[in-house]
Design a protein. Structure first.
Length: 357
């Protein structure tokens, strides 16, 4: 009996000890600068995309300009709502690429591939446009819809069958889209070592679409849901040197990891609601991800996390705000240099150059 009472008292004492608090995420010291010099007659709108090439030139895809619509046929030819600018490594303005091109409507992302080709993701035209380094169109994925209501209607409101230009109305689970190269508000693009193309078709649809390097559709995976392999939204995509595909599932507050065939491997949590993803190069790779400001409370969250590829958090920096060293809805991060980042902000209409210490 005495032994029983001793055990009970010991258990009670253990229960009274508070559980260990979660480990605090280290704060990374950093500085911020404005890296771009704009001509007097050019302004940045919402900076949806920023990326650099192998020479250090900077490309910005921004929601600014004057969209126009011609009604010469039954199909509305809306274009011109966004612009793509190129700056040299010192931040001096060089040129505008694709002025008044058909597929520029609402900027979502710009990426530079290993061959210095420039890839633009446009959310409302449902197109991914590849420019060669000289600025000429080299490849198109997707197709602008026959009718584009502005703002775009939710996919559920699309006509049965979805027409020829979007994923709405397709058979199958909600958010799965069509098993084809037609998108519904795509958000990002990435490539594996073989040059295969992966598109985050992530707002109207919630899927990843895979193509050959020639642009031939291979397969897609994902639909709307919370289970492994399903998405609340697909906001960003990145691929490491081993061919693991990292997908920012912002709607479910996680990053999901797949192989290049779309087989689920694992998930990374505790990084808020991930939006922008960037994978560093080199022998030891890291993943950067932004914790998106919620649209109904843009003064919260906003920090950027640095992760090892196993999901371990190295540290974080920044917070929501409007001053330098603060962030307003980071939609893209360029991390060609691991400790010198370019950050594109939708909320603050700017690019910041971040130097980590």
């Amino acid at each position: 009996m005495k032994r029983f009472i001793t055990l009970v008292l010991a258990a009670t004492a253990l229960a009274a000890v508070p559980a260990a608090a979660p480990a605090q995420v280290a704060e990374i010291a950093y500085d911020s600068a404005s890296p771009l010099t704009l001509p007097d007659d050019i302004y940045l709108g919402e900076v949806a995309g920023v990326a650099s090439n192998s020479r250090g030139d900077i490309f910005v895809y921004t929601r600014t300009g004057h969209p126009t619509v011609s009604l010469g046929t039954a199909r509305p030819f809306a274009h011109g709502g966004s612009r793509l600018f190129q700056f040299d490594s010192s931040g001096k303005f060089v040129r505008e690429i694709g002025k008044d091109i058909y597929g520029f409507l609402v900027a979502e992302q710009v990426r530079i591939d290993p061959q210095d080709n420039i890839w633009v993701v446009d959310q409302y035209s449902n197109m991914i446009i590849k420019f060669d380094p000289q600025g000429q169109v080299a490849l198109l994925l997707g197709r602008k819809a026959e009718a584009i209501p502005l703002p775009v209607r939710p996919a559920a409101a699309a006509p049965a069958g979805g027409g020829e230009g979007g994923g709405g109305g397709a058979a199958g689970p909600p958010g799965a889209g069509r098993p084809s190269d037609l998108f519904d508000r795509p958000t990002d693009v990435a490539w594996d070592a073989a040059g295969n193309i992966y598109v985050a078709d992530g707002i109207g649809n919630q899927r990843v679409a895979k193509f050959t390097k020639a642009g031939v559709f291979v397969k897609s995976w994902g639909s709307k849901g919370t289970e492994p392999g399903k998405f609340g939204s697909v906001r960003g995509i990145a691929i490491d040197a081993q061919g693991n595909v990292y997908v920012a599932d912002g709607g479910n507050k996680r990053i999901q990891v797949f192989d290049t065939d779309g087989n689920y491997k694992r998930e990374i949590t505790n990084v808020g609601s991930p939006r922008a993803l960037c994978m560093t190069s080199g022998a030891t790779q890291y993943l950067y991800t932004s914790n998106s400001n919620p649209p109904n409370n843009i003064d919260t969250a906003g920090e950027i996390y640095k992760l090892r590829l196993d999901g371990t958090i190295v540290g974080k920096f920044g917070r929501a705000g409007k001053l330098p060293k603060e962030f307003g809805t980071v939609n893209e991060i360029d991390c060609r240099n691991e400790n010198t980042l370019l950050v594109g902000e939708i909320g603050n209409l700017r690019v910041q150059k971040i130097s980590l210490h």
